[in-house]
Design a protein around this ligand. Structure first.
Ligand code: BG6
Length: 490
């Protein structure tokens, strides 16, 4: 995690500049960094795409994007910001990259360092990387400069394709130049997981199989497939969410304290966790993994996945996935990690729940049926960002009743607005800090874990339906009930 340093002068080249990500996330993030005084005096943003457009048209579009997704710039700020934006509608063929080189050379001081942002669909990805290499744009323009590449998801669709992408990238770039983004790592609350664990001594003695009964990681979304069926139907919940965001959260919860807080020490510890997760044998998939697909809501006002625009007839894509994983190492042996994520659930909630073991001996004189609830720590990643620790308390009175109560920390108590994930990540990539980006072996280890499940699901069967607006399929409840446990309702 870096301090408020200012990056070197740089040109940010966005491939896929006319796409949704640029409008919704990237440009608003750049603009907020600019407003916060976190960008160098010499910076340039070069939009690169297929569509022909003048610089002024591009600027107008980006201004509209800021109005919609950030804030409407006032005249003075816009005047200072707009000239930094230029656009090249030269297409993704090799000639376009020659033009990009010329364009970059004309940018003055900002041309010395280059950050390429690959916000392009997977079928364009390899071509961009190769053409950057061929045009001599992968190397820094001189020995004092640097060149880096930020890669958006999806990073492959299984282990084999991820390896291929890595090989293609690393033929042209060095691993130290590659920044694979997982925007969950840029969320303040995700970053706080490490601070919570390693800047406080009270958790460490409890943070293991000796005191933890199990861990739940939930990423619930209320949105459906939106207008992304083209991508989503090829992906599904396991690829879209579990392989990246949920496994990243798991590594942060389960990792050992790193020897130091540099990018490689932290990422090496995360890789060790992924490598310790017990691989799921094909025959275990039916027992350890559940897939679901939303059907119409009970009131019928929300369509089911199969009736969404762009979803092909006969699709077997899951919009929900739940897994039971075990981290087979000294710290976690025997402690289940239950992961679940889905679209069209009843609540938007991302949280990590650490459930501790029950007290070993019951308190005498309890009212009958008043079972003590084990301690529970809830780390709310979003929304209502915060942390709650639940513990038992005696209800005042002459009979010995117990009731769970909580100690709560609320992020809003800082009185400052959390930066958007993309702000943090873009700034880190500009500064060359790769801590919050996935390393090659991390991505491949995550794919190694989910690929047997993908393969087993591809062999046949259908996802279990769940009504839109519910907490997912019943099979996911049974996954925990078999172990005598229940999902915690966020
Ligand atoms: C993306 C997925 O990576 O994360 C989307 O492709 C999902 O399907 C999104 O909706 C969720 O992100 P957030 O930040 O809204 O929780």
């Amino acid at each position: 995690m870096s301090g408020p340093r200012t990056p070197d002068p740089l040109a940010l080249v966005i491939f896929g500049a006319t796409g949704d990500l640029t409008r919704r996330k990237l440009l608003p993030a750049v603009y907020r960094l600019f407003l916060g005084g976190l960008l160098p005096a010499d910076f340039a943003v070069v939009g690169f795409g297929r569509e022909e457009m003048s610089d002024d048209d591009f600027r107008a579009r980006m201004r509209a994007a800021l109005e919609e997704h950030a804030e409407a710039p006032d005249a003075a700020r816009w005047e200072a910001f707009a000239p930094r934006l230029t656009y090249l509608g030269v297409g993704f063929e090799p000639e376009g990259f020659g033009k990009l080189r010329e364009h970059l050379e004309g940018l003055g001081a900002a041309a010395g360092n280059r950050l390429y942002y690959l916000a392009v669909p997977p079928n364009v990805f390899s071509g961009v990387v190769e053409n950057l290499g061929r045009a001599g744009l992968a190397k820094p323009p001189d020995e004092r400069g640097w060149t880096r590449v930020v890669v958006e998801k999806p990073f492959g669709r299984d282990l084999e394709s991820a390896r291929r992408l890595n090989a293609e990238l690393l033929r042209v770039f060095d691993e130290r130049q590659v920044f694979r983004i997982d925007h969950y790592l840029g969320k303040e609350t995700t970053q706080n997981l490490l601070v919570f664990r390693f800047a406080n001594v009270i958790w460490e003695p409890l943070w293991s199989r000796n005191h933890v009964d199990h861990v739940q990681i939930t990423v619930g979304e209320t949105v459906g497939v939106e207008r992304r069926a083209g991508y989503y139907d090829q992906a599904g919940a396991l690829r879209d969410m579990v392989q990246s965001h949920l496994l990243q959260l798991l590594t942060l919860v389960a990792m050992e304290p790193p020897a130091s807080y540099d990018a490689d020490s932290i990422r090496s510890e995360k890789v060790k966790v992924l490598r310790s997760v017990r691989p799921m044998a094909r025959e275990a998939v039916a027992r350890e993994a559940v897939r679901g697909r939303y059907a119409a809501s009970r009131r019928g006002n929300v369509p089911g996945y199969l009736d969404e625009e762009g979803v092909p007839a006969g699709s077997r894509t899951e919009t929900y996935a739940a897994l039971r994983l075990f981290v087979d190492n000294w710290r976690w042996a025997g402690v289940p990690f239950y992961l679940r994520t889905g679209k069209r659930l009843c609540d938007r909630a991302t949280e990590v729940v650490v459930r501790f073991r029950p007290a070993p001996h019951p308190i005498v004189d309890l009212v009958e049926g008043d079972d003590p609830v084990p301690n529970t720590l809830v780390l709310r990643i979003q929304p209502n960002e915060g942390i709650s620790l639940w513990f038992e308390a005696k209800v005042p009175g002459l009979v010995g009743r117990l009731q769970p109560v909580s100690m709560d920390f609320d992020y809003t108590s800082f009185g400052v607005e959390s930066p958007e994930a993309y702000q943090r990540l873009l700034l880190d990539a500009m500064l060359g800090d790769a801590t919050l980006f996935a390393r090659r072996d991390e991505v491949e280890s995550a794919w190694t874990l989910v690929t047997p499940i993908l393969e087993a699901w591809a062999e046949g069967g259908e996802p279990e339906p769940y009504p839109a607006g519910s907490w997912g399929p019943e099979g996911a409840d049974r996954l925990l009930e078999q172990d005598g446990r229940r999902w915690r309702a966020p």
